[in-house]
Design a protein around this ligand. Sequence first.
Ligand code: TXA
Ligand code: MG
Length: 330
Amino acid sequence: MQCWADNSEGLEQAVEALRAGKLVGMPTETVYGLAGNALDGKVVASIFAAKQRPTFDPLIVHTACPEQAFALASSIPREAEVLAERFWPGPLTLVLPRRKGLPDLLSAGLDTLALRVPSHPLAHQLLVRSGLALAAPSANRFGHISPTTARHVMEELGHVPEVAGVLDAGPCEMGVESTVIGFPGEGRVVVYRLGATPLEELREVVEAVEWVRATDRDAQSDRVQKGEQSPGMLDRHYAPRSPMLLLERGEPAPAEVGPTGWLFFDSALDVEGPRELLSGKRDLREAATRLFACMRRLDEQPVKRIVAWKVPDQGLGRAINDRLTRAAEK
Ligand code: TXA
Ligand code: MG
């Protein structure tokens, strides 16, 4: 896999690879994506294969502008228009009824399609210069921690021949994935995945935005059927190799069961072993930006387990707690 620099030459190489039906590691404002031509069924299949992603978990299609995104939908609820107007380009994904004639695998056989207009300048350039709509899941192997640097992408997918290269634009600004929203009907607006656009900001624009955390496994397939939940929201995800124990805020450090890695929010306790601090200044934005890289660094250490604490459950903190919870769940 090539690592292309953030310049016009690197961009040209990436565009050429995409046009030739190859896959490219694409920087976005959230995490790095594994991008390929969304309208070519073979390319879409190679994305699933590269990630070893189960084919029931649909992809997000990225476009250069809202018009190009909406052209892939068969109808657009009023609330979707309002949200796009306010948050695109940016870290918000809208799940809309899909137009006919797109590869079925894109949306895993559902009759909806996830759409997003990224704000990262290089992602935008890639979309404009290639002239393509790009399907791009996070560029990690299925179930692993999402990549926030080009090096993470090389570590995750460097061995996959279909991946021509990654465009290196440095660390991602937001550090957690986009917020995913669906419109199951009757004017309902449902958050499928918490993410880089906080719930509070969404509700300033559309008051009725709903967020329900599904805990009961049995209810989940029923909820997917009714369009109230995304098929990709598996309990266990973002998984480090070492088991992770997640504690509530203020809980004391547990007795050590062997070499332990520690993930603190704003201040470290006096403990043995490797440690990471998400944000010494208690800034949830900084914590989100650093979250996945900190988890990876701890996981590279010879530890028996990782102990982490939740962060304040507001704004970006909700998305951080969601990732921590799913990294920790058995
Ligand atoms: O920030 C992001 O969204 C990144 C960057 C690369 O854009 N992409 C990303 O893609 O996180 P991925 O594939 O890792 O996550 C896509 C999520 C999954 O939870 C999937 O289930 C959901 O979006 N999704 C996609 N299409 C859907 C659909 N038609 N209905 C419901 N959920 C959908
Ligand atoms: Mg992902």
